[in-house]
Ligand binder design. Sequence first.
Ligand code: SF4
Ligand code: SF4
Length: 284
Amino acid sequence: MRSQANALIHNGFSIYMLPVLTLFHMKKHSIEKLVSFIIEKEVSNAQSVTQYRNPLICFTELNNCDFFHLRETVGKHHLLPDDLLPGAQSLAAFFIPFAKQVVNANYKSEFASKEWVLAYTETNALINQICEKVMAALSQSGIEAVFIEPSNRSDRKKLTAGWSHKSMAKLTGLGSFGFNRLIITDAGCAGRFGSMLFRAKIDSKPVESKERCLYFYNGSCKLCIKRCPVNALEEDGRFDREACYQRIKQTGALFSDLQLPGACGKCSVGLPCSLNSSVKTTIK
Ligand code: SF4
Ligand code: SF4
């Protein structure tokens, strides 16, 4: 596990501006404030074509997280916090929601739109940049942090990731799983997730567990099934991972001249859960 972990951990440091640190003293609650400050600032100042809505961030103590249950549900390949950062004590998960126009563009096109694929690429880079800045800022107070790149796949055959940012979002209460197998937050599911581990305690609130998918709330909806162009989402809840992967690969070929990777995201657009919690907006 350690070598798998070492391959995934991003060790890149860049120096974050010192003035930021003068705003904060590294007390428990200040870690959350500093991390949130950096994420919000980097998203609002992003030099990307992609536009964003406001990011969402949640923290929790690792004592609150059942990683052993996670390994039972996701698989034994999933790393534990100690594999990445021995002595890690807390976890942050964040969501960067795409602007409405990015989401709408992907709804209209047959294959993934250029806007969507670009958003996927630019947001992955933005997440790396954010995490590097958080690491650098915390390191100046002697606090160690690590992150895993947003697009990590440790098992190409099984198409599974060694670290699931979606599961981290669930563990922190940032969102809940939808029938589309994505995490639905209070700002929907159209966007990208990041997560970080810290070797420091934080002042976390109890994790809030609430349904945001209409199907899991009251058995209705299931509109995402129809959105998938290759029927990868099945009525009985099974997921055809290979069909999904092939569609993404196919899209990659369409954008290869622009050096953009494959992406799809049709199961996160044009739905009641795309931009909001579908439960919150549908059930009054
Ligand atoms: S489309 Fe409906 S069933 Fe599918 S994930 Fe969204 S809320 Fe859940
Ligand atoms: S990403 Fe595309 S192919 Fe994969 S499940 Fe969603 S809609 Fe289907």
